[in-house]
Write a protein that binds this ligand. Sequence first.
Ligand code: DC
Length: 223
Amino acid sequence: MHNIAIDGPAGAGKSTIARLAAEKLGFIYVDTGAMYRAMALYFIRKGIASGDEAAVQAACGDIDISIEYQDGEQMVILNGENVNAFIRTEQVSMATSDIARYPAVRAKLLDIQRNLAAVKDIIMDGRDIGTCVLPDAETKVYLTASADERARRRYKEQKERGIACDIEMLKQDIIKRDRQDMDRETSPLKQAEDAVLLDTSDLSIEDAVNAVINIYSSKKAAG
Ligand code: DC
């Protein structure tokens, strides 16, 4: 078995690159951000403020999160409902970064994520996969790109989804979210000591996917 951990800031291309690399390698792709997003969606729908840690913590017990795959695509199931269509808005992104600070939220998802990795070859992406969720992952990559490039990519992605947005606002949201994800006390975003840094600012998607596969191949050969 081989686990690949991919961490990095918002919009660095983690999900696109990890999904394509998983396809090529025949691994299962696990998007952990989508699980945090589903939890944030629950709190938004219930009118629970993302800044209210006590209320968020109290509600955690009412939430059941699981993932399923349809035609190779990950579906996040929140209390029995596939919520994939509702978790990609900017409102959900910001609320997700807010609630991901809370230990109760992280503890809830940690076991689910570890259990997935225990039984299959997976590529898992997030913020704390190499440092906390899968510290023994055989391959670790820290994916990053400049804030301008990441905002451009997010803008294009949102436009393709038919979501109206402003590129400068997206950039400010990304910077704010990065700061919050890096500065929090519980499992902050940071490069694991044994992770390979991959800056995708000037790489095509195909080149970035190949770079990840090359890192995997060299780890596999060495291990
Ligand atoms: O990767 P993403 O943009 O879907 O993640 C949304 C938010 O979820 C991100 O701002 C921080 C949080 N997150 C986290 O704290 N830990 C993870 N493993 C994945 C996501």
